[in-house]
Design a protein around this ligand. Structure first.
Ligand code: TYD
Length: 271
């Protein structure tokens, strides 16, 4: 994960106000389709600045999202677009400390509510310190996981429900929404086997990052079903990409989705 760390070093939050509140206008809400929640349209709050784009990658462990995120970053940078790559949990010094605890398979006593709270602690710090400043700088932020992960894993997998997650997002993350979410869909057995193999080879002699990968097949089925429910609920934001094709086919599908949804130029489509 050295890439994320070097990306973080490139972005200094210094020079930005500690909060972006001053740039926001109160009150304008756009419909989200989520019961009981207003979705703040971020563009409405930063009307005079060229705001960047937040693209999130989601999917089961081992779905190949991190590889595809890096490939998209390369393609966008080839077009001289300013790209910031980051991840959750993590993305800041504080968040990476929280991540160590969350993924450590020795943390067996962590209860689902504490797990959810830690995910949001990492996210709140990440938004304030990294994501919002980068968006204000006009960057394209590629984030490996965001609140959909909490809804799928803690809401679905741990059975805390979507409502709790969406409420916390509204309170702790000012309800900031991605401009586009790439959902890498794959079957559970295939993804999780891949993640477990990767974890075994990656963590020889270091700390074990496999806490979630120890979960049951039923847990990951709930995670996947929740992801698919989010995609059905918010089709304008979430694009489902079949992660079972070759890496190149998958990359092309993602480029096409980014071009179509965000009207960004990419090296491969020449538009
Ligand atoms: P990640 O490093 O993306 O795992 P992988 O590379 O295996 O896909 O994320 C670490 C784990 O954290 C992953 O198992 C999913 C979990 N997670 C949650 O349960 N909730 C969340 O909100 C986030 C961001 C991650």
């Amino acid at each position: 994960m050295g890439d994320y760390t070097s990306e973080l070093r490139k972005l200094s939050p210094r020079g930005f106000p500690p909060s972006t509140q001053a740039l926001r206008k109160p009150g304008r809400l756009a419909a989200t389709g989520r019961p009981g929640l207003g979705r703040r349209c971020y563009d409405a709050f930063v009307p005079t600045l060229a705001r960047g784009k937040l693209i999130t990658f989601e999917g089961l462990d081992g779905s190949g999202k991190s590889t595809q995120l890096e490939r998209l970053a390369v393609a966008l940078r080839a077009e001289r677009l300013p790209v910031l790559v980051t991840r959750e949990p993590g993305g800041t010094w504080t968040g990476e400390k929280i991540r160590q605890l969350l993924v450590d398979s020795a943390a067996t006593a962590l209860v689902p509510t504490a797990e959810l709270a830690l995910m949001f602690a990492s996210r709140a710090q990440h938004l304030s310190e990294v994501i919002q400043p980068a968006l204000l700088q006009g960057k394209i932020v590629l984030c490996d996981r965001f609140t959909d992960s909490s809804e799928a894993y803690q809401g679905g997998g741990r059975k805390l429900g979507s409502d709790a997650v969406l409420r916390l997002h509204g309170i702790l993350c000012e309800d900031v929404q991605p401009d586009l979410t790439i959902l890498m869909d794959s079957d559970v057995v295939r993804s999780v086997d891949r993640a477990r193999r990767r974890n075994r080879s990656r963590t020889v002699g270091t700390s074990d990052e496999g806490r979630f990968e120890k979960e049951s097949r039923a847990f990951f089925e709930r995670v996947r079903n929740t992801y698919l429910a989010i995609a059905r609920r918010e089709p304008e934001r979430v694009v489902i990409i079949d992660a079972r094709g070759s890496p190149e086919e998958t990359h092309q599908q993602i480029l096409e989705a980014v071009r179509r949804r965000l009207k960004l130029k990419t090296a491969d489509n020449g538009s």
